[in-house]
Design a protein around this ligand. Structure first.
Ligand SMILES: Nc1ncnc2c1ncn2[C@@H]1O[C@H](COP(=O)(O)OP(=O)(O)OP(=O)(O)O)[C@@H](O)[C@H]1O
Length: 315
């Protein structure tokens, strides 16, 4: 049985001036035990609304959803004891407490018996790699360390499902990497993660499956590989060129130039997208009208390429 079942979820908000805003328009998906499942899409696509409904913070207008077979609408309290969540850039830490004191406070809130608290906190602190900083006040922590502390906090009630809303926002590459490794190791232990992120390389590395939301509806669902394969009429090349007619190249109808990145003053590497299935020599002939071609190669489609391609008509 899936850990999460979402069936035709529909959510309509009423805005302050009385207008109606459809945030979710019939979203359905299942998530399985130990999966890292990504909700991806542009601002306003409905990701946070989905997470809020599944974590019982918001009721849908129509549709149904369950976590571990428990209905989130009728039995929210039972669901809450089985889940937890971490929001990216979360402030709610008490800087003057140490990590140990902070987690002790939450142990009390979660009614963990006093005798078990120390053992549990030590275990969690080790799990998230903060044992060297356990006695330090939290205001001395880096953002990455704070985010790992939030993960430790989210594990206190032994949740089966954890919701992560942009967990690596504002973290440096090393902090992000450590957090991703932590999420992967916890998912191997059977915890299911529902994650939102705007970082496509992160989703590609971390997520077993992904759903792309677009204006409240599902546009694609599958493994990152399956989603990239959906874009089979997208051709991406990378070329190193010496440009003599920039505006000509920018206006060339056959090519869409994604990225104009300086390598040296005279050479540029550009990423090119084609709708038509040109081969490399045909592409080179088009480019030669505007530049000298030093090197050209076909690139594998990244999840970001797929995202931009699949989301291109979002308002
Ligand atoms: N409380 C609210 N009242 C009215 N409209 C809302 C409310 N909350 C969200 N919305 C609208 O619902 C839509 C979906 O919002 P949601 O926050 O779920 O998107 P999101 O995909 O999480 O976006 P982001 O990437 O910016 O976090 C948006 O158009 C948003 O403006």
């Amino acid at each position: 049985m899936p850990v999460i079942e979402v069936d035709k979820l529909f959510k309509e908000y009423k805005t302050k001036n009385g207008e109606k805003k459809v945030a979710l328009n019939g979203v359905s998906f299942d998530v399985h035990e130990g999966e890292v499942f990504g909700l991806l899409g542009p601002n306003g696509a409905g990701k946070t609304t989905t997470i809020k409904i599944l974590s019982t913070l918001l009721l849908p207008t129509r549709g149904s959803a369950s976590v571990l077979g428990i209905d989130v609408i009728r039995n929210g309290e039972q669901v809450r004891s089985q889940i937890n969540f971490v929001y990216g850039g979360e402030k709610g830490v008490y800087g003057r407490l140490t990590a140990f004191e902070y987690l002790s406070y939450f142990c009390v809130l979660y009614r963990i018996p006093r005798k078990q608290q120390k053992l549990l906190i030590d275990e969690l602190i080790t799990m998230v790699g903060l044992e060297h900083a356990e006695g330090q006040q939290i205001y001395t922590y880096s953002k990455g360390m704070i985010q790992r502390l939030h993960i430790a906090r989210s594990l206190i009630n032994d949740p089966k499902v954890i919701f992560l809303d942009e967990p690596t926002i504002g973290l440096d590459p090393v902090g992000s990497k450590m957090l991703r490794e932590l999420i992967k190791s916890l998912s191997k232990k059977g915890i299911t993660f529902i994650l939102t992120t705007h970082y496509m390389s992160e989703a590609d590395e971390l997520c077993d499956r992904i759903v792309f939301l677009k204006n409240g509806s599902m546009s694609s669902i599958g493994t990152p590989k399956q989603i990239k394969e959906e874009c089979n009429d997208l051709n991406v090349f990378e070329a190193t060129i010496q440009l003599f007619d920039q505006s000509g190249l920018e206006n060339e109808e056959l090519i869409s130039v994604n990225d104009l990145q300086h390598i040296t003053e005279s050479y540029k590497t550009i990423k090119l997208e084609f709708k038509k299935n040109l081969d490399i020599s045909e592409l080179e002939n088009v480019l030669k009208k505007y530049c000298q071609v030093i090197k050209i190669q076909r690139k594998e489609i990244s999840l970001e390429d797929a995202y931009i391609y699949l989301m291109k008509d979002v308002e």
